[in-house]
Design a protein around this ligand. Structure first.
Ligand SMILES: NC(=O)c1ccc[n+]([C@@H]2O[C@H](COP(=O)([O-])OP(=O)(O)OC[C@H]3O[C@@H](n4cnc5c(N)ncnc54)[C@H](OP(=O)(O)O)[C@@H]3O)[C@@H](O)[C@H]2O)c1
Length: 221
């Protein structure tokens, strides 16, 4: 699954962050989708920009559904990074509950050795490519680790590659009642990368409207 929030004019950030686009219900959708996931996949650019922290424990019915399905109490975070420009002292690594496995970092063999050494103490690193992570190989590896539902939370560069490789089944898109304007501050749309040879078709599975927000679930066809 891929989950994103965008303004009506397609921006995914305001001044480099997505927070101004969201609202209470969007955060609820965000938490609910996390509660369904075995693993949360995210690009290093988003981790750096949004200051990622360890996933929280899903509450209520989600927690019991997870227990019943044999899922881990909390989803595991998987960060994709070639350069490994991630701070090992960041909350993402230091605030993890000790009973949880450390975050996974999917990286490439070209990653700098000193960065690799610094992060090896706080994360599990896996090499999946020479200079870039092979995302098809990554999804297969996550499946081998037991993940059945992988939720990608962006950003646009990672989204584009996943869609281009045919690795996305479902897109959950919150359309935020805002017009952002200005290519400088708005940043990329949902996807950052070249045009697909053939547009990726979507089927609108359901749509909810609340407080001027639209919550759309599309299936990739
Ligand atoms: N509106 C929303 O819902 C939403 C959601 C998420 C993010 N965002 C926004 O999007 C922006 C960040 O998005 P972004 O597109 O710039 O970054 P991104 O997709 O989150 O991350 C890009 C980085 O991920 C790593 N990466 C991606 N694919 C890789 C591959 N195949 N192999 C190796 N490394 C790979 C690289 O990290 P290294 O540079 O470390 O090698 C690359 O620089 C932020 O401003 C964030 O606020 C918005």
């Amino acid at each position: 699954m891929l989950n994103m929030v965008a303004s009506v004019d397609g921006a995914t950030t305001v001044q480099g962050l997505s927070s101004q686009l969201g609202g209470a219900e969007d955060r609820q959708v965000f938490r609910t989708l996390r509660g369904l996931a075995d693993m949360i996949l995210v690009g290093a650019g988003t981790v750096r920009a949004e200051g990622y922290r360890p996933p929280r424990t899903p509450d209520g019915s989600l927690a019991s559904a997870r227990a019943k399905a044999g899922q881990p109490v909390r989803p595991r975070l998987v960060v994709v990074s070639a350069r490994l420009d991630l701070d090992p002292a960041a909350p993402l690594f230091t605030e993890r509950l000790l009973e949880d496995p450390p975050p996974l970092i999917a990286t490439a063999r070209s990653a700098p050795a000193d960065r690799r050494d610094a992060l090896a103490a706080v994360a599990d690193l896996i090499d999946l490519g020479g200079t870039r992570v092979d995302l098809t190989g990554l999804l297969a590896t996550l499946r081998d680790f037991g993940a059945r539902t992988v939720l990608c939370e962006g950003g646009p560069h990672l989204n584009h590659q996943l869609l281009a490789a045919g690795l996305v089944d479902e897109l959950c898109l919150t359309i935020s009642p805002n017009l952002v304007g200005g290519s400088g501050t708005a940043g990329p749309g949902l996807l950052a990368g070249g045009a697909f040879a053939v547009p990726s078709g979507l089927r609108l599975d359901r749509v909810l409207a609340h407080d001027d927000f639209l919550f759309c679930r599309y299936l990739v066809v």
